[in-house]
Design a protein. Structure first.
Length: 401
């Protein structure tokens, strides 16, 4: 009886010894063999990956590096653990692997010593990760996922019954508190990985004392979103001109405002108060950008280079660019702070034209259909407007309940 009790206690203690420890209690070895505590990464969103340099998924190194660069400033890091257990596709020393990865793929994220992720010598980190997020299967609707499933099932019909890592470039997403929130098989698209990383970064905007970690910037013209307005005018010879303007918006119910520098457009508006204001789209982005970077003073016929179809507006003496889905026919009402460098223009909306292809079921313009783009002044890029997410001045009513 005493012997049985002793064995039972030993078994119980053994169970305690294999219980999952806290993520930040785990240590790993860096590429020099030095022990590194994961507590070093407290407060960061982490993507932990087992990698290989001679695998069909090896090009993911470039995507991982791009992901790291995109979100590093927001507290994101990638931890890379080369592993030679899958098809012996990570040969060589860690130094040789690191030299190849930095030289060929320009990686800048930390790369740790080679490890086993399965079996009797598996690294404690991956034992913990697998316990938290076991294998849940490949996407069999994806050709690569189906191929991986068929390949692995040939060798082991029950391969999917274990939590083991199945192949190179399996990824685990860990939040700022050390919780393992997602597991991504190597076949999952990097777009899905990025979306999860972005969501986790946005969700965890607070540090342990519940204060924000927001970064300060000096005053910049970063009011978002900013429009991409195409302003159409005629010169004194009746030749159409177009320019790209970002700083503009609604001034009153039937009036808009635009900040204008000194351009061919301002020259034209000296002789003729009429103009059209249209909205650039993803489809017309290249031409819309072109009319923004080429001066009408130096290239008077620049509209011809856009390939746009031009017609005279029905209600004002200004051109309509029919490739753009919606156009405001306008007339100058006021010029504010007029000088040699330009002015703020206030214009009355005389009429609105919309291509019938871009009308919604209710007969009004459908913004989603148009594919309108906005200007991102932070990164100097164009962003296409997305889908409808709620009803304005109505969605908030649920908080009144």
């Amino acid at each position: 009886m005493k012997k049985l009790l002793t064995l039972s206690l030993l078994a119980f203690c053994g169970m305690l010894g294999t219980q999952a420890q806290d993520f930040y209690d785990i240590s790993v070895k860096d590429d020099a063999g030095k022990d590194i505590s994961l507590a070093k990464y407290k407060g960061k969103v982490l993507l932990i990956v087992n990698t290989a340099t001679r695998c069909g998924f090896t090009p993911q190194y470039k995507e991982l590096e791009a992901l790291r660069k995109a979100y590093q400033a927001e507290g994101f890091e990638i931890l890379d653990f080369p592993c030679n257990q899958f098809g012996a596709q990570a040969p060589g020393t860690i130094q040789e692997i690191h030299q190849l990865c930095t030289g060929q793929f320009n990686i800048s994220f930390p790369q740790f010593d080679k490890i086993d992720v399965n079996g009797p010598h598996e690294a404690p980190l991956f034992a913990y990760l697998k316990e938290q997020k076991p294998f849940s299967g490949f996407d069999l609707n994806d050709p690569t996922g189906k191929m991986m499933d068929e390949m692995l099932r040939k060798h082991n019909a029950d391969y999917d019954k274990s939590a083991d890592i199945k192949w190179n470039f399996t990824k685990f997403l860990v939040d700022r508190n050390g919780q393992v929130v997602r597991r991504f098989e190597p076949t999952e698209k990097m777009d899905a990985v990025e979306a999860a990383v972005r969501a986790e970064i946005s969700k965890n905007m607070f540090n342990q004392d519940n204060t924000t970690t927001m970064k300060s910037f000096t005053a910049k013209p970063w009011v978002l979103p900013q429009p991409v307005l195409i302003i159409g005018t005629y010169d004194k010879n009746g030749r159409p001109n177009a320019m790209n303007a970002a700083w503009g918006g609604q001034w009153d119910n039937n009036e808009i405002f635009i900040s204008l520098g000194s351009h061919a457009t301002t020259d034209n508006l000296k002789d003729n108060d009429d103009l059209t204001v249209s909205f650039a789209t993803a489809e017309t982005m290249v031409a819309a950008d072109y009319v923004g970077i080429v001066s009408g003073r130096k290239t008077p016929d620049k509209v011809a280079h856009t390939g746009w179809t031009v017609e005279k507006a029905p209600n004002v003496n200004a051109p309509v660019f029919k490739n753009l889905p919606m156009t405001l026919e306008c007339r100058v009402k006021q010029k504010i702070d007029e000088s040699e460098t330009g002015y703020f223009l206030v214009a009355e909306i005389v009429n609105i034209l919309c291509d019938e292809r871009f009308l919604a079921a209710d007969g009004n313009p459908d913004v989603e259909k148009m594919g309108i783009i906005t200007y991102d002044p932070v990164h100097h890029t164009y962003i296409q407007l997305g889908k409808t997410v709620g009803k304005a001045f109505s969605a908030g009513k649920e908080l009144k309940k």
